[in-house]
Write a protein that binds this ligand. Structure first.
Ligand SMILES: [Zn+2]
Length: 174
């Protein structure tokens, strides 16, 4: 994966189901519904969307995307900040309570032109193959893309459905 794709700044992408998408800004295209991300939107709030990472096939790898085209927490208003925080908190609760993973890593890069937060799950195989820590996230992502199986895709879509249900059953404002 080239660096622009990794930062979310490329003009096109092929998702892990094999669909190719073209766009000016991936975050805006997802917000408008021009890109149908694999598994669909998990949760849609007033200001944010939660979905699986479209390009990196890892069960429970989630992305919180703001609807507005900004690239920093510092540009969010209070209401947006509260919703982003609540969505992250409930996404993490879902991953833990549904026993998908016990630990996650959050990543938000301002070099990416549209604000999105990675909720990167720590699976056992990642620690065994690569070790722990943010320096391995890129290697893990590339490994997942190169080695994805049909079974993995089924598992990813299954996890997405479980998290959708979790969000239906919980009020994230509580
Ligand atoms: Zn945008």
């Amino acid at each position: 994966m080239n660096d622009n794709n990794f930062a979310g700044n490329a003009r096109s992408a092929i998702d892990f189901l094999g669909n190719k998408w073209n766009y000016d800004c991936m975050g805006c295209a997802i917000s408008r519904g021009d890109i149908k991300i694999p598994g669909g939107i998990i949760y849609e709030g007033k200001h944010t969307l939660l979905g699986a990472d479209p390009e990196i096939p890892i069960p429970g790898f989630l992305i919180v995307n703001t609807k507005r085209h900004v690239n920093s927490f510092s540009e969010l208003n209070k209401e947006e900040r509260i919703e982003v925080g609540n969505v992250i908190a409930y996404a993490e609760k879902a991953l833990k309570e549904l026993n998908i993973v016990k630990e996650v890593t959050l990543v938000q890069e301002e070099r990416s032109k549209h604000l999105h937060i990675w909720i990167f799950p720590t699976h056992g195989w990642m620690i065994e193959k690569f070790g722990k820590g943010i320096k391995y996230l890129r290697d893990i992502s590339e490994y997942a893309q190169k080695n994805v199986s049909e079974e993995d895709i089924k598992e990813i879509l299954n996890v997405i459905e479980k998290i959708k249900k979790y969000f239906e059953q919980h009020d994230i404002n509580n």
